[in-house]
Ligand binder design. Structure first.
Ligand code: SF4
Length: 70
């Protein structure tokens, strides 16, 4: 699975990092980044984290996370 984030839509609610802390983190201002990769906008998600990423994308109030099944 490949996930994509849209920081320009993020409202810094903190939910995605709570759901999938192994994948998502924040900048100092609370806007979403991928953990350990502040500049990345897309990332391949290992199978063990895919369920959490799907849930985070579904729950994100700003539609700032998407994924495909590749
Ligand atoms: S759940 Fe969405 S709005 Fe909230 S911090 Fe994550 S990307 Fe931003």
């Amino acid at each position: 699975m490949k996930a994509e984030i849209f920081p320009e839509r993020c409202i810094a609610c903190g939910l995605c990092q709570t759901i999938a802390p192994e994948v998502f983190d924040y900048r100092d201002d609370g806007i979403i980044i991928f953990s350990g990769e502040e500049k990345a906008r897309q990332q391949f998600i290992p199978e063990k984290s895919q369920k959490d990423v799907r849930l985070a994308a579904k729950r994100c109030p700003a539609y700032a996370i998407s994924y495909d099944s590749l």
